[in-house]
Design a protein around this ligand. Structure first.
Ligand SMILES: [Zn+2]
Length: 241
């Protein structure tokens, strides 16, 4: 295997595709989980033209197709997602909880991983922060309460289409990804009616720690945990994301 330094930024050679596969293999237990899901080209990091003002049905059709496939193949619940950039699908995800036995293998998370790998194939192992990658630093927006002046781009400029309302975990993943716009079809209530009850999680999040459904002990050994925060702040070349 060639050394890391022999590859220019944006290289999409088999070595780096292997690295992209590393993560999907580690998470999914199958090399097909992420790579086979997307038919988009690797050239999706090009400059963004003006964004469409409204959603497009064809993207929801693909999210729904992925969801139905997951049901028919016994891979998981009826949930699919696609991530769209500049009118092109750059990430696909489907619920694969039953296939993998991994409780967090939701469609939105999978789609985010797929899109991220495609836009930034070398960053998965923290090796490439350069221009055009999703870890490229961009300034915070005017009026932003962000405590740091610039941050990694992530999936800013992308939209996500989901056939059902996102659970709190997935909605949080969408925040972390800085996705611009969420389109979902079925409501949380629709989802409850087929036996997937995650609406209560949204309610639980609004409660104090001690009132949550899962026991939480806040500030347990706080000084110990803070040592990692000190290490981060002491790191001169830290890369805010
Ligand atoms: Zn979810």
């Amino acid at each position: 295997m060639p050394s890391e330094n022999c590859h220019p930024p944006g290289c999409n050679c088999s070595h780096h595709i292997d690295r992209r596969a590393f993560l999907s293999h580690a998470v999914a237990g199958t090399l097909t989980a992420t790579i086979a899901m997307s038919g988009a080209s690797a050239a999706a990091a090009s400059p963004a033209p003006a964004k469409a003002a409204s959603g497009e049905r064809r993207f929801m059709e693909e999210a729904t197709r992925l969801a139905i496939e997951s049901v028919e193949k016994g891979w998981g619940g009826p949930f699919g997602a696609v991530i769209v950039k500049d009118g092109e699908i750059i990430g696909r995800g489907q619920n694969r909880v039953l296939l993998t036995g991994i409780p967090v293998f939701h469609a939105e998370v999978t789609a985010i991983m797929d899109a991220s790998a495609r836009l930034n194939p070398k960053a998965l192992l923290g090796s490439e922060y350069g221009a055009g990658t999703i870890l490229e630093m961009i300034p915070r927006e005017a009026g932003s309460p962000d405590p740091v002046p610039e941050r990694a781009r992530m999936l800013k400029g992308c939209d996500i289409y989901i056939n059902g309302a996102p659970c709190p975990m997935c909605m949080s993943a969408i925040y972390w990804s800085r996705i611009d716009h969420v389109y979902f079809a079925a409501s949380l209530k629709d989802t409850s009616q087929i036996g997937f009850d995650d609406a209560f999680q949204y309610e639980d999040f609004a409660k104090p720690w001690e009132d949550r459904r899962i026991a939480v002990t806040p500030n347990f050994e706080r000084d110990l945990g803070l040592k990692a925060y000190e290490a981060w702040m002491a790191k001169k070349d830290r890369h805010p994301y």
